[in-house]
Design a binder for this molecule. Structure first.
Ligand code: HEM
Length: 459
């Protein structure tokens, strides 16, 4: 599937034309995919200047390894990413740096280890079963269904219940309201987000910090309600796992303010990414009936109820391959942006301090030198008998020390939900309007295409 990777030599003619500032700002606000020039899908490295700063689109395996794995400490998150996410995530894992990050990561890792997946799979299975009931009602009589909205609702429900079990009954609507308010208003970047240094607040930052007060108030109320219930001994959900997580060196638990930021981080980082992964999986299956039939044949005999979901998971090989292929074609995290701290050389590529390095799963996963027929939806690429993809050409969850801590959970969730939906429904598009990508924070569709859901016989 992958082709031999030619060695990189930094030739001047590989520099792309800088994008016109107006177009660039429009792209950054409405669809970041527009900032990748056509040559990015052919070349290992593209250099250009953006807002007066050197930018490198890095698709060179050795260069990616250097930036994300070998010398990752020389690369930090960019100011725009930090100022947009900080009001939601505070000092939680995703935005932390240095020793503070290392301690948090070490403390949280056991909560996301494979042995905790059965606890989480139980919550996923319950929420997926409830979604089937809702979708049967919504899609009855061939009524068109908005599967993007359905997957966003379901993924937030799973993020909430796997974190807080029952408290979602009381607080789910408020949680959904706040997150969607932020995503549609204050979470959208504007020009100042890219131009101002992170310590200099823009007018929009002041509004964002107003939002943070309301957001933290909700998270604290959820945590207080939980403490009021007392402990049951065995962990029930992610909150129990995270609240009892101790630093392996000092034995210290997270102080309350930090625990609130970690809880917020997991809810925010986990739900929209998984929602769009599910949406694109269903969209691709609706356009490939023979692949959907193969998936339906695989899932037919599995018990996906709360008691069996975790054990069924390992048998869902084709379903997993479909999710992996959907994550290739539509990676929810379409680009990883880093700012170089000091001058460096990454796999032959000279990188000056303050250069923005973009390692873009969107580009890598559709790179013409890395994949055969990159535009084609073909889950075979990820089946056990296919050659494994190039390690640095497939990065839906990133790679290196800052790889997604929730990757196992996300795969557990996406595979179980997809299997449950296809066990119950045959899914078709209700119209033929072309669906394109609109990537701002995650890789969304440009509109909400309607789908038809036909219940499968005997279900
Ligand atoms: C399909 C779903 C998901 C995708 C595609 C995804 C993707 C990613 C990627 C690419 C990164 C690395 C970012 C970088 O290096 O700049 C990341 C980091 C992270 N993800 Fe996920 N993620 C998903 C689901 C989840 C879930 C379910 C959780 C938690 C419950 C989660 C929590 C995090 C956290 C906390 C980080 C930061 C890790 C660190 O900096 O140490 N993600 N994710």
């Amino acid at each position: 599937m992958t082709e031999a990777q030619p060695l990189f030599s930094p030739l001047p003619d590989r520099s792309a034309e800088p994008p016109a500032p107006g177009n660039l700002v429009r792209s950054l606000r409405n669809n970041v995919i527009g900032i990748f020039p056509p040559e990015a899908y052919e070349e290992d490295v593209v250099f250009r200047r953006v807002f007066g700063r050197q930018q490198i689109i890095m698709s060179h395996g050795a260069g990616i390894q250097h930036v994300l794995v070998d010398n990752w400490q020389n690369y930090r998150r960019t100011a725009a990413g930090i100022r947009i996410l900080r009001p939601l995530l505070g000092k939680g894992l995703l935005l932390s740096q240095g020793e503070d990050w290392r301690r948090q990561r070490r403390t949280l890792a056991p909560a996301f280890a494979p042995r905790t997946m059965p606890i989480l799979a139980r919550h996923v299975a319950r929420a997926a079963a409830a979604a089937v009931i809702n979708l049967k009602t919504a899609g009855a009589g061939a009524a068109p269904v908005d599967l993007l909205a359905a997957m966003q609702f379901l993924a937030l429900e799973i993020a909430g219940t796997s974190m807080f079990s029952l408290e979602m009954d009381r607080h789910g609507a408020e949680l959904r309201g706040l997150i969607s308010d932020y995503a549609t208003r204050l979470g959208r970047p504007n020009l100042l987000d890219f131009l101002l240094p992170v310590w200099f607040p823009s007018p929009r930052d002041l509004l964002r910090w107003g939002f943070r007060r309301r957001w933290l108030d909700l998270i604290r109320r959820l945590i207080a309600a939980r403490h009021a219930q007392g402990s049951t001994g065995a962990p029930r959900d992610l909150f129990d796992l995270m609240a009892s997580a101790a630093d392996p060196d000092s034995g210290a638990l997270f102080p309350p303010a930090r625990l609130a930021d970690e809880v917020a981080t997991m809810i925010v980082a986990g739900h929209e990414t998984t929602a769009v992964a599910l949406f694109w999986s269903l969209y691709l299956l609706a356009g490939a009936p023979e692949i959907q039939d193969a998936l339906a044949a695989e899932v037919e005999g599995f018990d996906l109820g709360p008691d069996s979901a975790a054990t069924s998971l390992s048998g869902l090989v084709y379903t997993r391959a479909v999710v992996q292929e959907a994550l290739r074609l539509y990676p929810p995290a379409f680009t990883l942006a880093r700012l170089a701290i000091k001058d460096d050389i990454a796999g032959d590529v000279p990188i000056k301090a303050n250069t923005v390095v973009l390692i873009a799963p969107w580009v890598l996963h559709r790179h013409r030198r890395r994949w055969a027929h990159p535009e084609v939806f073909d889950p075979w690429r990820f089946l056990p008998d296919a050659p494994p993809p190039d390690r640095f050409a497939y990065l839906p969850f990133g790679i290196g020390p800052r790889v997604c801590i929730g990757a196992q959970f996300a795969m557990t969730e996406a595979v179980l939900v997809l299997a449950t939906l296809i066990q119950n429904f045959r899914i078709e598009r209700a119209d033929n309007t072309p669906v394109t990508v609109r990537a701002v924070v995650t890789t969304q569709p440009d509109h909400r295409p309607p789908f038809l859901l036909y219940p499968r016989r005997d279900r």
